[in-house]
Write a new protein. Structure first.
Length: 170
């Protein structure tokens, strides 16, 4: 009976040790899976975003942004840039609204790695924000920071000082 008690005690100790070891392993596995799922989701969002952007870009935005930049170079006045043609302003506002939509997700921390999300379109985002800077600044002063909050969030991630200084001014 003495051997049976010792074997039983050893088995209980082994079971307890397995529980002690398995709990942290299970916790680490859960955390690793969560991180991997977020990274996978961010990658999927980046691919979807890139495809959405590409479709708009190829259909109308590229040509509109070229016209807007050319207009800005040709019509620079002492008081700023002369008013854009209506169609180009409409395209620019569409671009800014798209950027604002994306920035709202970033502002609300929906993504674990915003730089990954923005990476494929960062250069174009910078162009759009540069073209729409006067609209963003003016309407933020008139309507409050929340009006272009998503755009300002993206400017913060991209470290665009001319737009992010609006936050400090308030």
């Amino acid at each position: 009976m003495d051997n049976l008690t010792e074997i039983r005690t050893l088995l209980e100790i082994g079971a307890f040790a397995a529980q002690v070891i398995s709990l942290p392993v299970a916790a680490i596995t859960l955390v690793a899976n969560r991180i991997e799922n977020k990274a996978s989701r961010d990658l999927q969002v980046a691919l979807t975003l890139s495809e959405s952007f590409r479709r708009y870009w190829e259909d109308e935005w590229e040509a509109a942004l070229e016209r807007i930049e050319e207009h800005r170079k040709l019509h620079l006045t002492g008081k700023g840039v002369a008013k854009l043609p209506i169609d180009d302003e409409k395209h620019l506002r569409h671009m800014l609204n798209w950027v604002d939509w994306l920035g709202t997700f970033i502002h609300n921390k929906a993504f674990t790695n915003p730089k990954l999300i923005l990476g494929s379109v960062e250069f174009r985002l910078r162009q759009i924000l540069a073209a729409g800077e006067s609209i963003i600044v003016e309407e933020s002063w008139l309507n409050g920071l929340e009006y272009w909050n998503g755009v300002i969030a993206i400017a913060g991630v991209l470290k665009i000082e001319t737009i992010t200084r609006i936050r400090r001014a308030y």
